[in-house]
Design a protein around this ligand. Structure first.
Ligand code: GLU
Length: 358
């Protein structure tokens, strides 16, 4: 059984921006307990940028500066993890991931292979985004998503997102003192997304990004617990499902196959295909492939095998898939029968490569 635990910048840094070594030590002590109970643990950690800023005495900066800053902070961060894990006889291994590692199927499989091997070797992988090379345009931006994708990649049992609040609250406690903890979420819906706005104090993600991470986990058949990093024994209690530990987002009963999950959540869409009502019904109700005849418009430039989002006539994205033809070919067959263009495949998106989005 594998547990993925993510800890955010706000829990790891003091107001001055300095890393809180005690928070890392606390987390690693709990990781050691979980390991002693026979589970494998992966840590996803933030705070490289904050740590680097504190060292260099920089407060802000453009994207390139932050990339450079993260390189300084990341080594300091790892040094602390190394000594904190070492204190419990554990070995850590740094893995830095960039979005492309999830978008490209081959890279995705490589990442999985490496992480699994590290776990087999008894190592505690310590993951962060590869901030030093990922610029603003291609960054994940938050580690919640990385943690969810890693949990999915490794078929984790539970995803624990540690933050600076008790969990998901009914309102922002900074503006509403009556805000209370939501202990269990069965289905993440839009109303809930609206309740939980605003970033955490020093982190980049905030509750909305935690909920979208939890959504990825739920569809991967993985339970998520969002809880306060400061709570004693939070990790073990979260794994054991102790009541009141934080907010639990329940896993869905059926987990999608890995490829479907990859299409839905990991790969980036390079374009949009809008389709008519009849075609939408065929996809949703009969699980058919998407044919050119149902396409009303296409935008973006993509090639065979790239991912696109599919919109219904109401303009809402309801599916995502890997296309069997290039964007210019989709434009050519839009609204026409396949016989019209014998040089392109019959389907725009084959049913096996199409996912109806949650
Ligand atoms: N990767 C960023 C860092 O280590 C943090 C991203 C986040 O806060 O989620 O500084």
């Amino acid at each position: 059984m594998t547990v993925v635990v993510k800890i955010g910048t706000s829990s790891l840094t003091a107001e001055s921006g300095d890393l809180r070594e005690s928070a890392i030590a606390q987390l690693c002590a709990q990781v050691a307990d979980v390991r002693a109970r026979g589970r494998r643990v992966v840590i996803v950690t933030s705070a490289a940028i904050h740590a680097g800023r504190a060292v260099l005495g920089l407060d802000g900066g453009d994207a390139v500066t932050l990339q450079a800053v993260s390189a300084v902070g990341q080594t300091r961060l790892m040094r602390m993890y190394e000594s904190a894990l070492d204190a419990h006889g554990l070995v850590g291994g740094q893995v830095l991931l960039a979005p492309l590692d999830f978008f490209e199927r081959q890279q995705y499989l490589h990442a999985r292979g490496t992480l699994e091997k590290l776990l087999d070797l008894g190592v505690v992988p310590v993951i962060n985004e590869n901030d030093a090379i990922a610029d603003d345009a291609i960054r994940f931006g938050d580690n919640d998503r990385i943690a969810a994708l890693v949990a999915n990649l490794l078929h984790a049992e539970v995803l624990v997102l540690l933050t600076d609040t008790e969990g998901v609250l009914t309102a922002d406690p900074r503006v509403d003192v009556s805000a209370s903890l939501i202990e269990e979420i069965l289905e993440i819906d839009r109303e809930l997304d609206a309740v939980v706005t605003g970033p955490s104090l020093r982190g980049s993600g905030g509750m909305a990004s935690k909920l979208s991470a939890a959504r990825i986990a739920a569809w991967s058949g993985i339970r998520t617990v969002i809880a306060n990093a400061e709570r004693p024994n939070v990790l073990i209690d979260a794994i054991d499902g102790v009541a009141g530990v934080g907010t639990t987002v329940v896993a869905r009963d059926t987990r999608w196959p890995a490829r479907k999950l990859w299409i839905a959540f990991a790969v980036r869409a390079l374009g949009h295909i809008a389709i008519d009502e009849g075609a939408k019904r065929a996809l949703v109700e009969r699980g058919t492939s998407l044919l050119g005849i149902g396409v009303t418009s296409v935008d973006g430039k993509f090639g065979v095998g790239d991912a696109v989002e599919v919109l219904g006539p109401d303009g809402v994205v309801f599916a995502k898939g890997l296309v069997s033809m290039r964007s210019d070919q989709v434009a050519e067959v839009a609204g026409r029968h396949s016989a019209f263009a014998p040089h392109v495949p019959d389907e725009v998106i084959h049913r096996d490569e199409l996912v109806l989005m949650p």
